[in-house]
Design a protein around this ligand. Structure first.
Ligand code: ARG
Ligand code: MN
Ligand code: MN
Length: 325
Protein backbone atom coordinates (compact mmCIF):
# COMPACT_ATOMS: atom_id res chain seq x y z
CA UNK A 1 0.00 0.00 0.00
CA UNK A 2 1.36 3.44 -0.87
CA UNK A 3 -0.04 6.73 0.36
CA UNK A 4 -1.13 9.14 -2.29
CA UNK A 5 1.29 12.04 -1.86
CA UNK A 6 1.93 15.05 -4.07
CA UNK A 7 4.44 14.39 -6.83
CA UNK A 8 6.94 16.63 -8.61
CA UNK A 9 5.50 18.67 -11.48
CA UNK A 10 6.53 21.78 -13.36
CA UNK A 11 3.83 24.29 -14.24
CA UNK A 12 6.31 26.71 -15.82
CA UNK A 13 8.15 24.11 -17.88
CA UNK A 14 5.70 21.74 -19.56
CA UNK A 15 8.36 20.91 -22.15
CA UNK A 16 10.89 19.94 -19.50
CA UNK A 17 13.71 22.02 -20.93
CA UNK A 18 16.48 23.40 -18.77
CA UNK A 19 19.65 25.41 -19.07
CA UNK A 20 22.73 24.60 -17.01
CA UNK A 21 24.48 27.93 -16.40
CA UNK A 22 28.10 27.39 -15.47
CA UNK A 23 29.41 29.88 -12.93
CA UNK A 24 33.02 28.83 -12.24
CA UNK A 25 33.56 31.83 -10.10
CA UNK A 26 35.40 32.44 -6.83
CA UNK A 27 35.80 36.23 -6.65
CA UNK A 28 33.19 36.63 -3.92
CA UNK A 29 35.49 35.08 -1.33
CA UNK A 30 39.17 34.47 -0.77
CA UNK A 31 39.69 30.72 -1.05
CA UNK A 32 40.52 29.12 -4.35
CA UNK A 33 38.86 25.99 -5.64
CA UNK A 34 35.18 26.91 -5.68
CA UNK A 35 35.64 27.80 -9.36
CA UNK A 36 36.02 24.06 -9.99
CA UNK A 37 32.56 23.30 -8.60
CA UNK A 38 30.75 23.27 -11.96
CA UNK A 39 33.37 21.06 -13.57
CA UNK A 40 33.12 18.51 -10.75
CA UNK A 41 29.33 18.42 -10.83
CA UNK A 42 29.53 17.73 -14.56
CA UNK A 43 32.29 15.16 -14.15
CA UNK A 44 30.20 13.28 -11.56
CA UNK A 45 27.30 12.98 -13.99
CA UNK A 46 24.98 15.97 -13.74
CA UNK A 47 24.02 15.78 -17.40
CA UNK A 48 23.24 12.04 -17.26
CA UNK A 49 21.06 12.65 -14.21
CA UNK A 50 19.21 15.40 -16.05
CA UNK A 51 18.62 13.20 -19.09
CA UNK A 52 17.51 10.22 -17.09
CA UNK A 53 14.83 12.34 -15.41
CA UNK A 54 13.40 13.23 -18.82
CA UNK A 55 14.72 16.76 -19.24
CA UNK A 56 16.40 18.25 -22.27
CA UNK A 57 19.28 20.56 -21.58
CA UNK A 58 21.41 23.28 -23.05
CA UNK A 59 24.60 24.55 -21.48
CA UNK A 60 25.39 28.19 -21.02
CA UNK A 61 28.94 29.27 -20.18
CA UNK A 62 28.77 33.05 -19.79
CA UNK A 63 32.21 33.41 -18.17
CA UNK A 64 34.03 31.25 -20.73
CA UNK A 65 36.10 34.05 -22.26
CA UNK A 66 37.14 35.71 -18.99
CA UNK A 67 40.54 35.27 -17.39
CA UNK A 68 39.18 34.90 -13.88
CA UNK A 69 42.58 34.02 -12.42
CA UNK A 70 44.03 37.34 -13.59
CA UNK A 71 40.89 39.15 -12.44
CA UNK A 72 41.14 37.63 -9.01
CA UNK A 73 44.76 38.65 -8.57
CA UNK A 74 44.13 42.31 -9.49
CA UNK A 75 44.89 44.01 -6.19
CA UNK A 76 43.40 47.33 -7.36
CA UNK A 77 39.97 45.79 -7.41
CA UNK A 78 38.60 46.96 -4.05
CA UNK A 79 36.10 49.61 -3.05
CA UNK A 80 36.01 50.74 0.55
CA UNK A 81 35.54 47.51 2.42
CA UNK A 82 34.43 45.40 -0.56
CA UNK A 83 36.79 42.93 -2.17
CA UNK A 84 36.86 42.50 -5.95
CA UNK A 85 33.71 44.48 -6.84
CA UNK A 86 34.77 44.87 -10.46
CA UNK A 87 35.24 41.14 -10.96
CA UNK A 88 32.09 40.22 -9.07
CA UNK A 89 30.06 42.78 -10.96
CA UNK A 90 31.31 41.72 -14.39
CA UNK A 91 30.69 38.03 -13.74
CA UNK A 92 27.32 38.61 -12.12
CA UNK A 93 26.11 40.77 -14.99
CA UNK A 94 26.87 37.94 -17.40
CA UNK A 95 25.07 35.43 -15.23
CA UNK A 96 22.09 37.77 -15.02
CA UNK A 97 21.94 37.84 -18.82
CA UNK A 98 22.27 34.07 -19.06
CA UNK A 99 19.34 33.66 -16.64
CA UNK A 100 17.26 36.10 -18.66
CA UNK A 101 17.97 34.17 -21.87
CA UNK A 102 17.01 30.87 -20.27
CA UNK A 103 13.69 32.28 -19.01
CA UNK A 104 13.01 33.72 -22.47
CA UNK A 105 13.46 30.24 -23.97
CA UNK A 106 11.14 28.72 -21.36
CA UNK A 107 14.10 26.76 -20.09
CA UNK A 108 14.59 26.26 -16.36
CA UNK A 109 17.87 27.93 -15.34
CA UNK A 110 20.10 25.89 -13.04
CA UNK A 111 23.12 27.96 -12.07
CA UNK A 112 26.02 25.92 -10.74
CA UNK A 113 28.74 27.71 -8.80
CA UNK A 114 31.01 28.97 -7.89
CA UNK A 115 30.55 31.10 -4.81
CA UNK A 116 27.24 32.53 -3.64
CA UNK A 117 27.82 36.12 -4.78
CA UNK A 118 26.20 35.06 -8.05
CA UNK A 119 22.94 34.87 -6.07
CA UNK A 120 22.64 38.63 -6.53
CA UNK A 121 22.10 38.04 -10.25
CA UNK A 122 20.01 34.91 -10.06
CA UNK A 123 17.47 36.29 -7.58
CA UNK A 124 17.41 39.66 -9.37
CA UNK A 125 16.77 37.98 -12.71
CA UNK A 126 14.08 35.86 -11.08
CA UNK A 127 12.26 38.80 -9.54
CA UNK A 128 12.45 40.81 -12.75
CA UNK A 129 10.93 37.89 -14.65
CA UNK A 130 8.41 36.99 -11.94
CA UNK A 131 7.64 40.14 -9.90
CA UNK A 132 5.34 38.16 -7.59
CA UNK A 133 7.71 35.27 -7.10
CA UNK A 134 9.12 33.92 -3.84
CA UNK A 135 12.70 32.98 -3.01
CA UNK A 136 13.81 30.17 -0.69
CA UNK A 137 17.45 30.61 0.37
CA UNK A 138 18.93 27.50 2.00
CA UNK A 139 22.14 28.37 3.79
CA UNK A 140 24.02 28.38 7.09
CA UNK A 141 24.47 32.12 6.40
CA UNK A 142 22.07 34.93 5.60
CA UNK A 143 24.34 36.53 2.95
CA UNK A 144 22.59 39.84 3.58
CA UNK A 145 25.56 41.97 4.62
CA UNK A 146 25.73 45.39 3.01
CA UNK A 147 28.92 47.21 2.00
CA UNK A 148 28.60 48.98 5.37
CA UNK A 149 28.04 45.92 7.56
CA UNK A 150 30.36 43.33 5.98
CA UNK A 151 33.18 42.39 8.31
CA UNK A 152 35.00 40.13 5.86
CA UNK A 153 34.56 42.30 2.76
CA UNK A 154 33.69 39.10 0.88
CA UNK A 155 30.84 39.76 -1.51
CA UNK A 156 29.50 36.19 -1.25
CA UNK A 157 28.24 37.39 2.15
CA UNK A 158 26.27 40.22 0.49
CA UNK A 159 24.22 39.03 -2.53
CA UNK A 160 20.79 39.33 -0.88
CA UNK A 161 21.47 42.93 0.19
CA UNK A 162 22.41 43.88 -3.37
CA UNK A 163 19.34 42.22 -4.85
CA UNK A 164 17.20 44.09 -2.31
CA UNK A 165 18.83 47.45 -3.07
CA UNK A 166 19.99 47.95 0.52
CA UNK A 167 22.61 50.57 1.42
CA UNK A 168 22.83 51.81 -2.16
CA UNK A 169 24.73 54.96 -1.11
CA UNK A 170 27.72 52.79 -0.33
CA UNK A 171 27.63 50.47 -3.34
CA UNK A 172 30.78 50.16 -5.40
CA UNK A 173 30.10 52.11 -8.62
CA UNK A 174 30.50 48.89 -10.65
CA UNK A 175 27.06 47.76 -9.54
CA UNK A 176 25.20 50.44 -11.53
CA UNK A 177 23.66 47.82 -13.82
CA UNK A 178 21.96 46.21 -10.83
CA UNK A 179 20.68 49.60 -9.74
CA UNK A 180 19.03 50.16 -13.12
CA UNK A 181 16.82 47.05 -12.97
CA UNK A 182 13.09 47.47 -12.55
CA UNK A 183 12.50 45.36 -9.45
CA UNK A 184 14.29 44.76 -6.22
CA UNK A 185 13.55 41.75 -4.05
CA UNK A 186 11.11 42.84 -1.34
CA UNK A 187 11.55 41.60 2.23
CA UNK A 188 8.32 39.59 1.95
CA UNK A 189 9.68 37.73 -1.09
CA UNK A 190 12.56 35.88 0.53
CA UNK A 191 12.82 33.33 3.30
CA UNK A 192 15.72 31.37 4.74
CA UNK A 193 16.10 27.80 5.93
CA UNK A 194 19.09 26.41 7.83
CA UNK A 195 20.64 29.58 9.31
CA UNK A 196 23.16 29.16 12.11
CA UNK A 197 25.93 31.71 11.51
CA UNK A 198 24.45 35.17 11.16
CA UNK A 199 26.53 38.33 11.74
CA UNK A 200 25.32 41.03 14.17
CA UNK A 201 24.67 43.51 11.37
CA UNK A 202 22.71 40.88 9.47
CA UNK A 203 20.54 40.08 12.50
CA UNK A 204 19.54 43.72 12.69
CA UNK A 205 18.70 43.84 8.96
CA UNK A 206 16.57 40.68 9.18
CA UNK A 207 14.72 42.09 12.18
CA UNK A 208 14.28 45.62 10.86
CA UNK A 209 12.95 44.38 7.53
CA UNK A 210 10.79 41.65 9.05
CA UNK A 211 12.26 38.90 6.89
CA UNK A 212 10.92 35.42 7.63
CA UNK A 213 13.89 33.25 8.56
CA UNK A 214 14.07 29.67 9.82
CA UNK A 215 17.25 28.86 11.70
CA UNK A 216 18.37 25.42 12.81
CA UNK A 217 16.55 26.16 16.06
CA UNK A 218 13.28 26.37 14.14
CA UNK A 219 14.08 23.13 12.31
CA UNK A 220 14.65 21.40 15.66
CA UNK A 221 11.58 22.98 17.22
CA UNK A 222 9.02 22.44 14.47
CA UNK A 223 10.57 19.75 12.27
CA UNK A 224 11.54 20.19 8.66
CA UNK A 225 8.08 19.44 7.24
CA UNK A 226 6.47 22.27 9.16
CA UNK A 227 9.37 24.65 8.47
CA UNK A 228 9.11 24.09 4.73
CA UNK A 229 5.35 24.56 4.88
CA UNK A 230 5.73 27.85 6.78
CA UNK A 231 8.51 29.01 4.47
CA UNK A 232 6.44 28.35 1.36
CA UNK A 233 3.46 30.06 2.92
CA UNK A 234 5.57 33.12 3.74
CA UNK A 235 6.89 33.73 0.23
CA UNK A 236 4.04 32.20 -1.74
CA UNK A 237 0.81 32.65 0.21
CA UNK A 238 -1.47 31.74 -2.72
CA UNK A 239 0.57 28.66 -3.55
CA UNK A 240 0.45 29.75 -7.20
CA UNK A 241 3.56 31.90 -7.56
CA UNK A 242 6.90 30.85 -9.03
CA UNK A 243 9.68 29.87 -6.64
CA UNK A 244 13.42 30.37 -6.93
CA UNK A 245 15.57 28.07 -4.81
CA UNK A 246 19.06 29.31 -4.01
CA UNK A 247 20.90 26.42 -2.42
CA UNK A 248 24.23 26.97 -0.66
CA UNK A 249 25.50 23.45 0.06
CA UNK A 250 26.83 24.65 3.42
CA UNK A 251 23.20 24.70 4.60
CA UNK A 252 23.67 20.95 5.01
CA UNK A 253 25.83 19.77 7.90
CA UNK A 254 29.59 19.44 7.29
CA UNK A 255 29.22 15.73 8.14
CA UNK A 256 27.87 15.40 4.61
CA UNK A 257 29.36 18.49 2.99
CA UNK A 258 33.00 18.92 3.92
CA UNK A 259 34.30 20.49 0.72
CA UNK A 260 32.92 23.99 1.10
CA UNK A 261 34.51 27.30 2.07
CA UNK A 262 32.61 28.32 5.20
CA UNK A 263 31.32 25.15 6.90
CA UNK A 264 29.31 25.53 10.12
CA UNK A 265 28.47 22.61 12.40
CA UNK A 266 24.95 21.86 13.52
CA UNK A 267 23.33 21.96 10.10
CA UNK A 268 20.58 20.21 8.17
CA UNK A 269 20.84 16.46 7.81
CA UNK A 270 21.15 15.24 4.25
CA UNK A 271 17.52 14.12 4.28
CA UNK A 272 16.27 17.43 5.72
CA UNK A 273 18.25 19.23 3.06
CA UNK A 274 16.77 17.15 0.27
CA UNK A 275 13.24 17.25 1.68
CA UNK A 276 13.18 21.02 1.15
CA UNK A 277 13.94 20.49 -2.52
CA UNK A 278 11.42 17.67 -2.88
CA UNK A 279 8.65 19.84 -1.44
CA UNK A 280 9.45 22.68 -3.82
CA UNK A 281 9.39 20.25 -6.75
CA UNK A 282 6.05 18.93 -5.48
CA UNK A 283 4.60 22.45 -5.41
CA UNK A 284 4.87 22.62 -9.20
CA UNK A 285 6.20 26.18 -8.91
CA UNK A 286 9.95 25.76 -9.34
CA UNK A 287 11.20 28.54 -11.63
CA UNK A 288 14.95 28.36 -11.13
CA UNK A 289 17.67 26.84 -9.00
CA UNK A 290 21.20 27.69 -7.83
CA UNK A 291 23.62 25.14 -6.40
CA UNK A 292 26.66 26.93 -5.00
CA UNK A 293 29.77 26.76 -2.82
CA UNK A 294 31.00 23.29 -3.79
CA UNK A 295 34.78 23.63 -3.40
CA UNK A 296 36.52 20.40 -4.42
CA UNK A 297 39.93 21.69 -3.27
CA UNK A 298 38.88 22.01 0.36
CA UNK A 299 39.06 18.37 1.29
CA UNK A 300 41.83 16.33 2.78
CA UNK A 301 40.33 13.05 1.58
CA UNK A 302 38.82 12.09 -1.77
CA UNK A 303 35.72 10.76 -0.06
CA UNK A 304 34.93 14.31 1.12
CA UNK A 305 34.87 15.55 -2.44
CA UNK A 306 32.72 12.60 -3.46
CA UNK A 307 30.24 13.26 -0.61
CA UNK A 308 30.01 16.97 -1.30
CA UNK A 309 29.64 16.74 -5.05
CA UNK A 310 27.10 13.94 -4.71
CA UNK A 311 25.10 16.11 -2.32
CA UNK A 312 25.03 18.79 -5.02
CA UNK A 313 23.86 16.22 -7.55
CA UNK A 314 21.16 14.96 -5.19
CA UNK A 315 19.84 18.51 -4.83
CA UNK A 316 19.66 18.79 -8.62
CA UNK A 317 17.92 15.42 -8.99
CA UNK A 318 15.31 16.16 -6.31
CA UNK A 319 14.60 19.50 -7.96
CA UNK A 320 14.10 17.77 -11.31
CA UNK A 321 11.64 15.16 -10.12
CA UNK A 322 13.58 12.26 -8.67
CA UNK A 323 11.63 10.45 -5.96
CA UNK A 324 12.53 7.57 -3.69
CA UNK A 325 9.51 5.46 -4.64
N1 ARG B 1 27.92 32.27 0.77
C1 ARG B 1 28.57 32.06 1.90
N2 ARG B 1 29.11 30.90 2.17
N3 ARG B 1 28.66 33.11 2.72
C2 ARG B 1 29.39 33.16 3.95
C3 ARG B 1 29.35 34.52 4.57
C4 ARG B 1 30.07 34.59 5.87
C5 ARG B 1 30.02 35.94 6.57
N4 ARG B 1 28.70 36.24 7.04
C6 ARG B 1 30.53 37.05 5.66
O1 ARG B 1 29.77 37.96 5.33
O2 ARG B 1 31.67 37.04 5.29
MN1 MN C 1 26.73 29.70 3.37
MN1 MN D 1 25.56 31.42 0.91
Amino acid sequence: MQYNLPAPHYKLYPKKQLTVIKAPFSGGQGKSGVEFGPEKLLEFGLLDDIKSLGWEYTISDPLADLDTVAMKSNSDDTYKNCKRPQMVSECCKRIYNAMEDAYKNESLPITIGGDHSIGMSTISAFINKHPNGGIVWVDAHADINTPSTTESGNLHGCPVAFAMGLDKENWPPHFKWLDSLKNYVKPSQITYIGLRDVDQGEKKILKDLGITAFSMYHVDKFGINEVVRMAMEAVNPTGENPIHLSYDVDGIDPLYVVATGTPVRGGLTLREGLFIVEEIANSGNLASLDIVEVNPLLATKDIHVVDTVNTGLSIARCALGDTIL
